[in-house]
Design a protein around this ligand. Structure first.
Ligand code: HEC
Ligand code: HEC
Length: 524
């Protein structure tokens, strides 16, 4: 390398400037956010996209292979030298002293890489790093202060009614899905549409006002939303775009239903829930009008013979009372607005409900489940005819108790497990209860990881069986009652679980499962 006297003076001057403008010491230079943008902007056309002079730095890995970077020695690195001598960039571009300082400081610090894959093309790396950080919605719901905007009550119903038609699950316009708070905040084509704390500036609000936007005012081809409605949405973003109940991934429909339920009387809510329960049946099985029997906050809906439906209703009454004693202790409703229990005689009708409500095939071996769909908290169970032992009572108790918890928005494994735990206490001698108990160790052995189990990704039959064993083992004494009281007091499930069981679900499950697996008969 030959550097003329004139040039070396310039080098010294640049170095002096560079060292003054270095970021505060201790602050590491980021390759992806600081270095790569300089290289792509100043050298890119010739050395990132192209390989002028046989020199190419298409990626970090490519750059390091060329030998122009000597880790720890910015001064001695050819990358810096060709700039300081004025040789590069060719074509009239300029690298500022600050930018040279950044390059040097980065090399001095060992030229570290701060992204995942060192072979990603530099231009792609720069684009990814320049994108606004993904908005992470609050993990759990926050308790609102009086007067603050509720997403569930004030915002979600508007989105569901006015926007979800075009911004729904299938082919959403501008790739913006408004199916949950999570998908809304993630955004579409233009990225996150709501910047917490900045309502008026957020794309969501600008699109509603039709001001400072590209494209059209929203909702497209409809009347603009009323000013006060837009103002509420703006205030919601100003207040942090927060979630005030359930989870960020909860479907908007469910969130809206739960939000609405809070402000309705028990009787009105019951009308709403039971009507929605019938509608759900008709959607799944359109060619058969079901029979419905209402007892004590439970609406039995099904297509068993009328006499059998009445019999089941008569059995449900004392069962509901027992479930109330296990879960609530007082005389209040099992769940505000009640629960629905679907009873099926035929397997294909039960499968139709899965298909329609859960968009899935009914897993083999599943003859009952619980869930929430819009306004309906339900249990569903296949009751073959000719069962004259305790089984139908145990299965009904399981669904009622499970639905009571599902309606309180606990995770599915817990609702199912609590249903079985309660049924086990109420009808301990039922053959089906004996089978549940017998199958627990083998089910646990088949589950895979605790995380799979807790997130609903494990085998459904094994999940139901293990959940029943786990919750029954945990829920001794009055603990289920305490947990329900915590939930009714507004606690999120994880907090309520931790308070009552003094552990998080995962470690508690792992400890229990480790003991159960030892009981499993050795497979050979
Ligand atoms: C307009 C095109 C162009 C731009 C922009 C450009 N270069 Fe070059 N670069 C060349 C050409 C042409 C050569 C071959 C030079 C030669 O042989 O004289 C070269 C050669 C090099 C070499 C290898 C030869 C040597 O002297 O070690 C390095 C290293 C280099 N450039 C670094 C850079 C850096 C760093 C930048 C950005 C700050 C940059 N170049 C910007 C065209 C360009
Ligand atoms: C009739 C269909 C339709 C309805 C209803 C609708 N949109 Fe849109 N939306 C579109 C189309 C088409 C685009 C893409 C073109 C554009 O941006 O003008 C879009 C784009 C958007 C964008 C920009 C997304 C991005 O990433 O660029 C936002 C934000 C948006 N809509 C919000 C809403 C809101 C809020 C509502 C309800 C109040 C709503 N939309 C209702 C059709 C609709």
């Amino acid at each position: 390398m030959r550097v003329s006297g004139r040039r070396s003076l310039r080098v010294m001057a640049v170095l002096a400037v560079a060292s003054c403008s270095l970021p505060a010491s201790g602050q590491a230079i980021s390759f992806s956010r600081q270095v790569a943008p300089i290289l792509t902007a100043k050298c890119g056309g010739c050395h990132v996209a192209g390989g002028k002079g046989g020199f190419q730095m298409a990626s970090y890995a490519g750059l390091m292979q060329t030998g122009v970077v000597q880790r720890g020695a910015g001064n001695a690195s050819r990358l810096v030298e060709v700039i300081l001598t004025g040789d590069m960039p060719r074509g009239g571009g300029k690298v500022s002293p600050e930018q040279v300082g950044t390059l040097m400081k980065w090399i001095d610090a060992g030229a570290p890489y701060d992204a995942a894959d060192p072979t990603i093309p530099l231009d792609q790396l720069v684009r990814a790093a320049a994108a606004p950080p993904p908005v992470v919605p609050p993990a759990g719901p926050v308790a609102l202060k009086p007067g603050e905007v509720s997403f569930a009550v004030d915002v979600a119903p508007v989105l569901l009614k006015e926007c979800a038609g075009c911004h729904g699950q299938q082919d959403p316009e501008a790739n913006l899905r408004m199916t949950s708070l999570e998908t809304l905040l993630k955004g579409g084509r233009s990225g996150p549409p709501a910047t917490p704390g900045k309502g008026a500036a957020s794309l969501l609000v600008r699109k509603l006002r039709g001001r400072d936007i590209e494209g059209q005012r929203m909702p497209l081809n409809k009347q603009p939303l009323a000013d006060d409605v837009i103002a509420i949405i703006e205030r919601w973003v100003d207040e942090g775009a927060r979630l005030d109940m359930l989870a960020a991934a909860t479907p908007l429909e469910t969130l809206v239903a739960v939000g609405r339920a809070r402000s309705m009387s028990n009787a009105d809510l019951e009308k709403l829930r039971f009507a929605a329960g019938r509608k759900l049946w008709r959607r799944a099985i359109p060619d058969e009008e079901p029979l419905a029997e209402v007892v004590d906050g439970v609406c039995l809906i099904g297509n068993l013979p009328a006499a059998r439906m009445r019999e089941l209703a008569a059995e449900t009454e004392p069962l509901a009372e027992r479930v109330r004693r296990e879960l609530l202790g007082d005389a209040g409703p099992l769940l505000r607005g009640g629960v629905v229990v679907y009873v099926f005689r035929q397997a294909y009708d039960y499968s139709a409900l899965w298909q329609n409500v859960l968009n899935a095939e009914r897993p083999k071996g599943i003859a009952g489940h619980v869930g929430v769909s819009g306004d309906v908290a339900y249990g569903a169970v296949l009751l073959p005819s000719g069962d004259d032992d305790d089984n139908p009572r145990a299965l009904l108790a399981e669904q009622v108790a499970g639905a009571v918890l599902a309606g309180r928005m606990v995770p599915e494994w817990f609702a199912r497990g609590a249903g079985r735990a309660v049924a086990t206490r109420i009808v301990p001698k039922a053959p089906v209860v004996q089978e549940w108990k017998r199958d627990v160790p083998a089910a646990v052995a088949r589950l895979g990881s605790a995380a799979d189990f807790l997130s609903g990704h494990a085998d459904p039959v094994a999940t139901a069986t293990a959940a029943g064993g786990f919750v029954a083992a945990m829920a001794t004494g009055a603990r289920l009652k305490q947990l329900v009281a915590e939930l009714d007091g507004g606690a999120a499930f994880d907090a309520a679980f931790a308070k009552v069981f003094r552990a998080a679900p995962q470690p508690a499950f792992e400890a229990w499962a480790a003991r159960e697996v030892k009981k499993a008969p050795r497979s050979r």
